[in-house]
Structures are given as structure tokens and as C-alpha cells.
Ligand binder design. Sequence first.
Ligand code: APR
Ligand code: PHB
Length: 400
Amino acid sequence: MKTRETTRLSRTQVAIIGAGPAGLLLQQLLHVAGVESVVLEQRSRAYVESRIRAGVLEQGTVDLLDRIGVNARMRREGLVHGGFSLVADDDRFRVNLRDLTGGMNVMVYGQTEMTKDLIEAAELRGTPVIFEAEGVALHGVDGDRPFVTWRKDGQEGRLVCDFIAGCDGFHGVSRQSIPQRDLTTYERVYPFGWLGILADVPPCDHELIYANHERGFALASMRSETRSRYYLQAPMDVNLADWPDERIWDELAVRLGPAAAANMRRGPSIEKSVAGLRSFVAEPMRWHRLFLAGDAAHIVPPTGAKGLNLAASDVHFLSEALLAYYGSGSTNALDAYSGRALKRIWKAERFSWWFTGLTHRFPDTDAFSRRMQIAELDYIKESRAAQVTVAENYVGLPLS
Ligand code: APR
Ligand code: PHB
């Protein structure tokens, strides 16, 4: 994208740090309501557009994309899923999301694709995104005139703003700019990772399959009808050289069960990586004129695909609060932002933690605890009440 001269971008209403889903969505939510913003991103556009992330959108996230009019390709190419399957030792059952929630679905559409659509919208709408902004630093956040500085092409940029939205992910500069004494953090790091592969083969089922197997968790997911995404629970220090594609396919076939194995099409991986699992929350999500949103404030383990959707609900709340401020001058909604967002975040943290505990093998998973997992899965299979609980969390709790 063509970036403008930094001097022309010296003043805006909201400076947004980070061009992930949180930052890009926030920019468009503000733009459609007439509020100006500039996004500052440390990476290149090509890097941001090729990052492989999760791919399940809750109804509320789809609604936001509809509302900002960045939905055409998602509506065309996204796959609407009305359910998913759970497997325990080859015993498989379907959670019928649509039926259990009174008509709600999820949309399978890669975060990578959504990010490309948002960047394209920013380009077409003339909402500035500055890529390759090095050394982004926040200043005067606890005063009346905050500003952000960065370097690009040997020049220093300086952007004066009313507010800063810290949408720069877990490792970003925004949360780190808040004095430690003013933040409380909660964390759990899981003693394993997910080994993921992407392959241009049709998925083994029309919906996702989450499996609890004696040998560890497995997930069959997809990006399209011709592109599959699979995961295996694996030690964090796993050596990818020990996992050639054939070994991964063999292990997936065992863990996902015979029905999935029978339909599984194998093919060369086009991406292979290991990611850690973590639960993390930093509160409050506001420090004076800085507001955190998305991974900058919280992380969930990927079981249940809540990370992207939480980023979307945060920026929904934050955009409402900023628009209320610009509409009436009242700071009430901005003051309420952190509390409102955290109420939903903690419930998604709970669901992701619970779903991870139900489906993974932990170092202390002895015969008894595994029996407990299997009994719980069997209970979910047989109880509509239990399935309703799973389904309403999976499709996403209300954005209220
Ligand atoms: N300056 C500018 N940009 C930065 C900085 C910095 N110091 N640090 C990080 N960034 C950028 C990253 O390069 C990235 O593009 O901020 C962006 C943050 O994006 P994400 O990590 O995708 O986080 P977020 O937008 O909150 O999206 C939610 O939750 O579970 C995940 O997969 C899900 O990535 C999704 C995320
Ligand atoms: C994915 O497709 O990458 C995916 C799907 C569901 C999850 C996690 C990841 O719970």
C-alpha cells in the first residue's frame, strides 16, 4: 500500500498500534462512523498478509464484518458450519450448533483472508495503514495530548492523537508501556504445543473434528473445500525434522478415529509449525488515554478458536465507547470499556481453558483423569443440556 508522508499524518483522532484483526477492524468500525484513525504496523504488508492463523468466525464477528461492509469475499468463499464433531477413543458425535442455539452458526474463513480483505478496504477507503513502522513508541499517555513516534525510511514520524488503541498483540509495545504496578496479569502456560499443517487436499469431513485420544489431542479443520488444516498435540520442543508429512498423516489417522481416517486425503504440507498454548489476561485494559484490545491484553489457547473473535468483540466495545465520546463528549463509555470487555473475555478464557482440559493429555493425566475426560465427553454426548452449554460458548456469547 502507498503510505503518505509522515508529516501529513501528524494529527488524528485515534492512533492504532498494530495491523492485526483488532487494529484493522477497529479502524473500519471508526471510519464508517466518521472517526479518523491511523494504523501503525511494524511488519510489512506482505508479512501480515501471509501469517497463518485460526479460521473460525463467530456470528458476532461475521456481523461486524457485515456492518463495516468488508464481507463480500467472506460471504462468497466462507463456509457456514452448523455443527462440529467430538471424538473420544473412536466414539464420535456431532454437536449441532444450529439446533442447540436456535439458529446460530460459525463461519470458517481464514484470519489470513480476513486480514487481506481489511487491508484492501483500508486502501480503497483511504484510511491510512503505515507498514514497516520501526521503533513505535507511545508518549504522554497520561496527559491530554498523547502522541506516537516511529521511524520509517530514515525519517521519524510523529502522530498526535486523542487516544491510542494498543492492538499490537501479545509481544507489542502498548501493554509494555503501562507501568507494571498498574497492571494485574493472570497466566497459565500449557505444557505442550500444537503441531499444525496446511495442505491442499479436501477436508476429511464437512465440519471440524476435535479428538481426545490416548496419545493426545487432534483437530481436523479447513480453510476451504480444497485446503485442510490439521493439528496434533505435541511437545513444545518437538523437532519438526522428526515429523515428515507421512508421520503426521499416520498420527492424525489414529487420533481422529477410523471414520475420519477413511476419508482423509493426504498430500504435501504447504506449512508446518508448532505453536504454544497459553491463557493470559492483563487488567485493566485501559491506562489513561491508552486502550488495549485483542492479544495485547489477553491470550487463549486455540481450542475453540476464540482468539480472533475476542479481538473482534473488544474492538466492537471500544469503537462504541469512542463513538459515544466523539458524539456527546461523555467519557462514561470509555470508563466502562475495560470492565465491559473483561466480562466477556473471562468467560471465553474459561471456555478455552475448559475445552483444552477436556481434550488434551497433560503430563499428570493418569488413568483416573483420563476416565474423567471420557466420562465428561460421554455425558456431553448424551445430554442436551450439556451440549447447549458447549454450543452457546462455541458460537460466541452475546456482545453485550
Ligand atoms: N509496533 C507496531 N506494530 C506491532 C508492534 C509494535 N511494537 N508489535 C506488534 N505489532 C503488530 C504485529 O506485527 C501484528 O501485526 O501488531 C499486530 C498484532 O496482531 P495480532 O497478533 O494478530 O493480534 P490481534 O489483532 O489482537 O488479533 C487477535 O488472536 O488468537 C489470536 O489468531 C488470533 O491473531 C489473532 C489474535
Ligand atoms: C483452525 O482452523 O486453525 C482452527 C480451528 C478451530 C480451532 C483452532 C484452530 O479451535
